[in-house]
Design a protein around this ligand. Structure first.
Ligand code: ADP
Ligand code: MG
Length: 343
């Protein structure tokens, strides 16, 4: 008997659903076939606590977070940091190096200047002089890391680190690790566009993730991506932006120009093993743009899906390894990938 026939007429398995606000956005968790005795009401505060702990480490929106304290610290000597904070900073530095600085976690002063940070929104487009001044404080090479004991050293006391491009993925990773520790084997965690999926959904299929069309005014599905035992993250220019004099300015900033990237690329989705990594790469490829982005994705063997604006329409295409990764994520190979991909 085929799998499809077996599933025929069967009721979907039970699913627990929970969610709430975090990191200025929303998270949601679905658990299929939860272990006996586990309820959504029980999970809710515990998942929220995991995310609160992440915010307390790496958020620039929380003035008391470890990262905010590091940003306020004017010292140019080694500053001790937690292993968790160092791990996220280190991933940022790794992607910075691989992208020739297109991805840059010291981008904070420019992000704030353009009104996309925790400071009060800037009124419109900053002046050339303001951009020049902010750029002086930006540069991933101005930040040195030490593994043990974990510490960072700033070349300028006014360096300002912004981990927002990695934070949602990192948050999804931490929730996933916590669910794993509870013996939960089938779940989907979403922190905004950063997803961790494990096992199978209620219909015993891979979790279905919708890639949106990159349009600010409505939500429409461009493509459904099935994933299991994978992380996926989408970055786009169509949710967080402002318009001034008919021009669109989004929250992905090119460190070279000090200004938001152009609008050719609508979104980038990256699939891999670790949420923090795919989240960072999705932003990085957005900044690199529709030419350099796909080229680097291929060179790095990244499974990435690009949506470009083409005249009045849009066009989607995958990197070389994208469809291969999807094939592996499919239900037929579930057993082969049914383990934590980080191991
Ligand atoms: P979202 O937060 O909507 O998921 P991203 O993951 O793409 O989007 O992160 C965008 C955030 O990353 C910006 O709001 C900003 O804080 C930060 N950022 C902007 N430009 C860069 C860059 N060139 N390198 C690293 N981080 C950036
Ligand atoms: Mg990102």
């Amino acid at each position: 008997m085929s799998l499809a026939l077996l599933g025929c007429g069967q009721q979907p398995d039970p699913v627990l659903e929970l969610g709430g606000p975090t990191m200025g956005t929303y998270y949601s968790v679905k658990v299929a076939r939860a272990p006996a005795g586990i309820t959504a009401d029980q999970l809710q505060p515990k998942v929220a606590a995991v995310l609160d702990a992440v915010v307390a480490e790496i958020s620039t929106y929380d003035e008391t977070s470890e990262l905010s304290r590091l940003n306020r610290n004017p010292s140019t000597e080694w500053i001790p940091v937690s292993e968790n904070l160092l791990a996220v900073i280190a991933e940022g530095q790794r992607i910075a190096k691989l992208t020739g600085g297109a991805f840059d976690i010291t981008i904070g002063p420019l992000v704030n200047l353009w009104g996309f940070g925790p400071e009060a929104p800037h009124d419109g487009v900053p002046s050339e002089a303001e951009i020049r001044a902010a750029k002086m404080r930006v540069g991933w090479e101005k930040l040195e890391l030490r593994a043990s004991p974990p510490a960072v050293r700033k070349a300028r006391g006014d360096l300002y680190i912004d981990l927002s491009a990695l934070g949602e993925g990192y948050g999804a990773d931490r929730v996933a690790a916590w669910l794993d520790a509870q013996g939960i084997t089938d779940y989907m965690v979403a922190v905004a566009g950063a997803i961790r999926a494990k096992g199978l959904n209620a219909k015993r299929e891979p979790w279905a993730i919708a890639i949106e069309q990159p349009m600010p005014d409505r939500r429409a599905v461009h493509r459904i991506i099935p994933i299991s035992n994978r992380a996926l993250s989408t970055s786009g220019d169509y949710r967080n932006f402002f318009e001034k004099d008919g021009k669109h300015y989004s929250h992905e900033i090119d460190p070279k120009t000090g200004a938001p990237v152009d609008r050719k690329l609508g979104s980038v989705t990256v699939i891999g093993a670790v949420g923090m990594v795919v989240d960072g790469w999705a932003t990085a490829l957005m900044v690199l743009g529709d030419q350099a982005g796909p080229a680097l994705a291929d060179a790095q063997g990244l499974a990435a899906y690009f949506i470009v604006r083409d005249g009045d329409g849009i066009r989607g295409f995958g990197s070389r390894s994208f469809e291969d990764v999807l094939a592996v994520a499919g239900v037929g190979d579930h057993a082969a990938v049914n383990r934590d991909p980080r191991q």
